[in-house]
Structure formats: C-alpha cells, structure tokens
Design a protein. Structure first.
Length: 89
C-alpha cells in the first residue's frame, strides 16, 4: 500500500496537494473518483500481478470481503488524502 501511495505522490503537483488540504476526505474521494480513481483502479488493482498479496495486506476487515476496483480506489484515495493532509509543511 505504501509503495502505491509513494508512486502516486511523486506524480502529483503541489497545487493538487494544496487544494486537497482545503477539502474534507469525502469531498476529495468524490471529486477524484472518476479521474485519479480510475487510474488507481486500472494501474494498481486490475494490472497488479500481486493483487492477492495486496488484498491480503489490507487485512480481513468486513468491508474488504468483496473488494473490487471501485472499493480499492476509494481506499487508496482515502489513504492518499490522509498522507497529503498530514505532510510536513
């Protein structure tokens, strides 16, 4: 999970991060679901050769039992938001 977040963060411009800090987590996820969320789903979920290990790393929480690309991208967007909003300034 951390590798995915690090990879995404390397590509995000500073302006994107600054705007994210002005949003709530829900607003961030909704706003980026069809843009960045689609990229996350395609690149890091469907084309991930270690998908089973990735799912296993999330644990056995009830909300991950039927994990699909949309749920996965939502998880990543939420974690990305947390990373962006807790970065040192």
């Amino acid at each position: 999970m951390d590798k995915i977040l690090d990879d995404i963060l390397k590509t995000l411009p500073l302006e994107f991060k600054e705007r994210a800090k002005e949003m709530t987590v829900d607003d961030f996820i909704i706003k980026h679901h069809f843009g960045l969320g689609l990229l996350i789903k395609d690149k890091y979920f469907y084309r991930n050769k270690t998908q089973e290990q990735l799912i296993e790393s999330l644990g056995h929480k009830k909300k991950y039992v039927f994990l699909d690309g949309d749920v996965f991208s939502g998880i990543i967007l939420e974690k990305l938001y947390e990373r962006i909003t807790t970065e040192d300034k």
